[in-house]
Design a binder for this molecule. Structure first.
Ligand code: MN
Length: 437
């Protein structure tokens, strides 16, 4: 299904929330991403909210303003105002679209202002937007797979299945946290040193981030009934930022034969905002496959793939060390890439995941895998940027990093940008490394 554009995408729309009209902001009226929030430090119930400028529109505080909504939008609002978005996600694209249209009309310049329904984002705290039943991490950047493969297996960087199968593994839902997450450096086993016979045990010395896009499933599928690739986009509620923290030294020792385990499941950080696929419709991009590469098998191919299968989303990693925080220095950018360079599309991930009959549920989360671009500086992990820990990065304040140190905060950002269209931002996913316990 190719999402058609409608009046909510009109680039000329402005909002009575003045900060939403700042062209450098993440949340213009054409975005309208969803989160679950409450006032920071309060005992209020968490409830659904929509970002508009530097404010959150409180979906539980619209009061009489919702009486003007149509029946479908009012029903959707009741689901989206709950303490998790799962039921709203399950309601499907027609419900999501009806609520988006009603909120767009409510927030436009000229509509009655509702200051009582706004909470400043700076005064809000966020929780996970959904109960995430299952989390699956893919590996869809061929640039990342090749660079990392070269470090782990110089003789065979890219395994022969890569160009045929959207590779993934089942991750851990219990340790997913929202932006602001802090976690202790993981401990575990690492490879015996050269000449040694026993593994080392202790805190990881090669802790890394992974720059990924998170994909929230909307309406799922019954067990045993695959989602056809041409229908898969309609099962995706929206996208967020995702940091798949990784302990490379644990990973190198444990990953064969069954793949990542303790190297990955101690923490995963997502942004609070989910940008809907409807908001991203004007930012779809051509999906490209080198003519010399195998073309997708029929169950992974569909008419809209080559025309608009990809998403044009700029991604960025920033780092703020403890010393930078103490000196009042802001986070510095260390890497940029773009989700359009992914080897596999979101729809292909969904179709592949379900082709064997595996059921996906509303609120399930897929990770795209580390998004690295073709250029070396577009690497989505420190493992790549430091050449496997051999070449330290020098930060503007003179500090050096091969891997993360205690007190480091990693911030992911993302934005969809097109000339003549508003910037659709993702906010940020920030997480901090604490000392090992
Ligand atoms: Mn990953």
């Amino acid at each position: 299904m190719t999402m058609t554009l409608n009046e909510t995408h009109d680039p000329s729309l402005t909002s009575w929330v003045a900060s939403a009209n700042d062209p450098a902001g993440d949340f213009p009226i054409q975005n309208l991403p969803f989160a679950v929030f409450r006032r920071a430090g309060s005992n209020e119930a968490f409830r659904g909210g929509v970002a508009i400028g530097d404010q959150v529109l409180d979906l539980a505080a619209l009061g009489d303003a919702a009486l003007a909504f149509g029946e479908e939008a009012r029903a959707a609002l009741a689901l989206a105002a709950r303490d998790t978005l799962n039921d709203f996600m399950a309601a499907g694209p027609a419900a999501w679209s009806a609520l988006r249209l009603a909120l767009s009309r409510l927030l436009r310049s000229g509509a009655s202002e509702l200051p009582q329904a706004l909470v400043p984002q700076a005064g809000a705290e966020f929780t996970l937007p959904a109960r995430i039943g299952d989390y699956t991490d893919f590996y869809t950047s061929i640039h990342h797979a090749t660079a990392v493969g070269r470090l782990f297996r110089p003789d065979e960087p890219l395994l022969p299945n890569y160009k045929w199968v959207p590779i993934g593994y089942h991750g851990r839902a219990s340790s997913i946290g929202v932006s602001g997450q802090a976690f202790p450096r993981p401990k575990g086993q690492t490879r015996p040193t050269t000449g040694g016979s026993e593994p080392h045990f202790g805190p990881s010395r090669r802790l890394d981030y992974e720059l990924e896009v998170g994909i929230f499933i909307g309406s799922g599928n019954a067990d045993g009934e695959p989602i056809a690739v041409a229908d898969a986009d309609a099962h995706v509620f929206g996208l967020c930022l995702l940091n798949d923290w990784s302990a490379r030294d644990l990973q190198a020792w444990e990953y064969q034969p069954l793949g990542p385990f303790l190297a990955k499941n101690f923490a995963t950080t997502i942004s609070p905002w989910i940008v809907t696929t409807e908001a991203l419709a004007p930012y779809r991009a051509a999906w490209k496959r080198d003519a010399a590469d195998p073309q997708p098998l029929p169950y992974l191919d569909y008419p809209a793939l080559r025309d608009s299968g990809a998403f044009d989303i700029e991604l960025e990693v920033l780092l703020r060390t403890a010393a930078m925080r103490e000196n009042g220095q802001p986070a510095v950018s260390i890497s940029r890439s773009n989700f359009r360079d992914s080897y596999w599309s979101v729809a292909q991930m969904v179709a592949h995941h379900t082709v064997n009959g595996c059921g996906l549920r509303p609120g399930d989360l897929l990770g795209s895998g580390t998004q690295s671009g073709p250029e070396p500086e577009a690497a989505g992990s420190l493992l790549e940027l430091s050449g496997g820990g051999k070449a330290a990065l020098t930060l503007p304040n003179g500090e050096q990093r091969t891997f993360l140190e205690d007190g480091d905060t990693v911030v992911l950002r993302g934005r969809a940008v097109r000339p003549g269209l508003p910037r659709i931002g993702f906010g940020e996913a920030a997480g901090t490394v604490l000392p090992a316990r």
